[in-house]
Design a binder for this molecule. Structure first.
Ligand SMILES: Cc1cc2nc3c(=O)[nH]c(=O)nc-3n(C[C@H](O)[C@H](O)[C@H](O)COP(=O)(O)OP(=O)(O)OC[C@H]3O[C@@H](n4cnc5c(N)ncnc54)[C@H](O)[C@@H]3O)c2cc1C
Length: 468
């Protein structure tokens, strides 16, 4: 199959719209910025987000700005790139326009000759959106700050209450989902409590903080294979994280988590803080594209793209990253980045008059997950590393990834302070709750959003915002 895209329609420059400035859209825009095209990058956040380090914002190591460079600033020297802060509400494939809503609620249309859509994925509660209010996920800076507020706020409450039962309640935290995000969070919370906070409190011993990691599967970090999973499980247990595998969560409420275990027995863990790190759901833009192009959607709502990452019948439209599916590739940064670069290169080739259709070929650069201080597991083409060796590779990979973000040196210093030293300098939390993950459906957002006593929220009245 060959495609032809008009190089210079109507004597003007080719217009490329990129939706989403994340790991798919940002590298694509960088490559397009060096070409003779007009690029419009639209994102509903004003920043690119380095999601793999969100847990370090949540646990007081990094500040939000260190992992979220502002998109407008990144492209300040690229005159042909316009950055727009707006939410894309509709893409009309037939009319070739992207429809946006800006913050005051105004609607605009942006016509394109080529379109790259990289709107990523949000949290999935597997049909139980009601869990969201009590168990926030971690997809955005707002989420990380909310988790920071809940975790550190729970310790403040534990310090101040008189009842032993209540103290135990606030000193118990449950993380649902033992993938990389859940493992990293559980490990860091436990480490922070054990190493960094002990001397800050008088009535509680933070090293006794109970951190439980629940998952329905057999082992944590299952995608790394059973050998590394087993090592990760041992590391977590050594750090004092309680692992409960084969645990199917059936309820989350203000009192904690209820789950059914392997033996079909139902158990409840009373906990003042519950964190959801379990599922992902593709951006709703994926289903719009599928509906209009006839492409299929998978169970996570990702649109199935053709081998060159375009949509059936729409060679000018690319879908990349977490919102798209091809060859069962995982939802990770490298897949999104390479997809975005492939789309930009295809546009360049077509504009050069080369209409050959080149299929996307993913180069697997391996995967890594940090478990705690100086402990990580890494898998690269059959090479498996764990412990300190794994951590050195994890460090190297993350420093390399941070290239171009301008925060490498500061981030390195922060890591030294918290890993060699004990510092957690970013512990400020605010009562002005941000409303949670804007990529969540409105129904979920309503539940996560701030509540005031006059709205009849008795739990808020009793405990303040933490745990509400
Ligand atoms: C906590 C966490 C930890 C992770 N850790 C790792 C890791 O260690 N290694 C790894 O490889 N991967 C990791 N991932 C996965 C990785 O971050 C994603 O695979 C990657 O970000 C996908 O890139 P993307 O461009 O598809 O989506 P994103 O990077 O999420 O970007 C999507 C962009 O689209 C914007 N957007 C969405 N909808 C709209 C709309 N309607 N209008 C305008 N803009 C919109 C968003 O604001 C966002 O900027 C992690 C993810 C999370 C959440």
């Amino acid at each position: 199959m060959t495609e032809h895209v008009e190089p210079d329609p109507g004597g003007r420059r080719h217009r490329v719209v990129v939706v989403g400035g994340g790991f798919g859209g940002m590298p694509a825009t960088r490559r397009l910025a060096r070409m003779d095209v007009d690029v419009t990058l639209i994102d509903r956040r004003n920043h690119h987000l380095f999601q793999p380090l969100l847990y370090q914002v949540a646990t007081g190591i990094l500040s939000p700005g260190q992992i979220s460079p502002v998109l407008r600033h990144l492209f300040r020297k690229r005159d042909r790139v316009s950055v727009l802060f707006a939410e894309v509400t509709h893409i009309d494939l037939a009319r070739k326009v992207v429809v946006t809503t800006t913050i005051p609620g105004e609607s605009h249309e942006y016509p394109y000759d080529s379109l790259i859509v990289a709107t990523g994925a949000g949290q999935s509660y597997f049909g139980h959106d009601e869990f969201a209010r009590h168990a926030p996920g971690m997809k955005t800076i707002d989420d990380a700050l909310e988790l920071r507020r809940r975790v550190l706020g729970a310790l403040e409450l534990a310090e101040s209450v008189d009842s032993e039962d209540e103290r135990r309640f606030w000193m118990s935290m449950v993380v649902v989902g033992a993938g990389p995000t859940g493992v990293e969070l559980a490990g860091q919370i436990k480490e922070m409590a054990t190493r960094s906070l002990r001397r800050d409190f008088r009535r509680i011993d933070t090293s006794t903080l109970r951190v439980v990691l629940l998952d329905a599967g057999d082992q944590p970090l299952a995608t790394f294979g059973s050998h590394l999973s087993a090592k990760a499980a041992r590391s977590l247990e050594r750090m004092g994280v309680e692992l409960r595998m084969h645990a199917m969560v059936t309820g989350v409420d203000v009192g904690g988590v209820t789950y059914t275990g392997e033996d079909h027995v139902t158990e409840t863990i009373e906990a003042g803080t519950v964190i959801w790190a379990a599922g992902v759901q593709a951006s709703p833009i994926a289903s719009q594209l599928a509906e209009q192009s006839g492409a299929e959607l998978d169970r996570a709502g990702r649109v199935a793209v053709l081998p060159n990452l375009t949509l059936p019948g729409h060679p000018e439209v690319f879908a990349v990253g977490d919102m798209a599916t091809i060859n069962q590739l995982p939802g990770v940064c490298e897949v999104a980045m390479q997809g975005g670069l492939h789309a930009a290169s295809t546009i360049r080739r077509r504009l050069d008059g080369d209409d050959r259709d080149v299929a996307f070929r993913y180069r697997d650069l391996g995967s890594a997950a940090a478990i705690g201080r100086f402990r990580a597991i890494v898998e690269f083409h059959g090479i498996r590393l764990s412990g300190f060796a794994g951590w050195v590779v994890w460090l190297f990979v993350h420093i390399a990834f941070l290239t171009g973000f301008g925060n490498r040196t500061v981030t390195m210093l922060r890591w030294c302070r918290s890993m060699i030293g004990r510092a957690r300098p970013e512990r400020v939390f605010s009562f002005g709750h941000t409303g949670g993950d804007l990529s969540l459906p409105a129904s979920v957002r309503d539940r996560v959003g701030v509540r005031f006593p006059e709205q009849g929220d008795t739990h808020w009245a009793a405990h303040g915002p933490v745990g509400s």
